[in-house]
Write a protein that binds this ligand. Structure first.
Ligand code: HEC
Ligand code: HEC
Length: 148
């Protein structure tokens, strides 16, 4: 149900690419549609890499018998589980807070917020938000007073 709400655009053409569905035998999908096509899944995974500035092994653990290769269905890495939550959050934001307010005609697959919207090529957006701490005294004057 959740996964059906995820749709992608390619930056180059600005055309919408709804996730295409064919029968595939994925082993351990808990958020994405079970029948997501290989093309759509790989496109999505590559956007994860680019959005966070990482490689596939940031979220996928190595195979036990062959550490050169990744065990994609494995849930051994915490980052993969966090990414599932991020996927659900991003879906929620788009479907609840953007889609209903866009004027018609709107494509059903309208997406306003992507991983890269927050991440900007970083695993932890707080890194590029460091400078925001300098704004804290202005944002929260009372907090600043208490800390002195
Ligand atoms: C930011 C984390 C992240 C990155 C980076 C990432 N993945 Fe994934 N990947 C996931 C998550 C989360 C799932 C499971 C989605 C779900 O549960 O619906 C997944 C699932 C998969 C699956 C399906 C496995 C199965 O059968 O259940 C494959 C294949 C896969 N990823 C390949 C890749 C490849 C190839 C790359 C690099 C190009 C990559 N991933 C990069 C998070 C990531
Ligand atoms: C609304 C902003 C926002 C969006 C959208 C978002 N993230 Fe995040 N994400 C964050 C923040 C902030 C953190 C850091 C949280 C912390 O560590 O305290 C984070 C942390 C993570 C982490 C764990 C940190 C690490 O070392 O890897 C992963 C994995 C991740 N996000 C993946 C994703 C993926 C994949 C998407 C798109 C499906 C996504 N995020 C969309 C804000 C966002």
């Amino acid at each position: 149900m959740m996964g059906v709400l995820i749709f992608l655009t390619t930056n180059s053409t600005k055309t919408y690419h709804p996730i295409s569905e064919t029968q595939s035998d994925w082993k351990n999908l808990k958020v994405l549609p079970q029948n997501i096509s290989k093309d759509s899944l790989m496109f999505l995974m590559k956007t994860f890499n680019a959005s966070l500035g990482v490689d596939c092994n940031h979220c996928h653990a190595s195979q036990k018998d062959n550490p050169q290769k990744l065990d994609f269905p494995s849930d051994a890495k915490m980052t993969k589980e966090i990414a599932r939550g991020m996927l659900m959050m991003t879906n929620d934001i788009n479907s609840k807070y953007f889609l209903p307010h866009r004027p018609d005609p709107k494509p059903k697959n309208l997406v306003a917020v992507y991983c890269v919207t927050c991440h900007r090529g970083n695993t932890n957006p707080e890194e590029y938000l460091q400078d925001v701490s300098k704004m804290i005294p202005r944002l929260m004057p009372t907090k600043e007073k208490n800390e002195k």
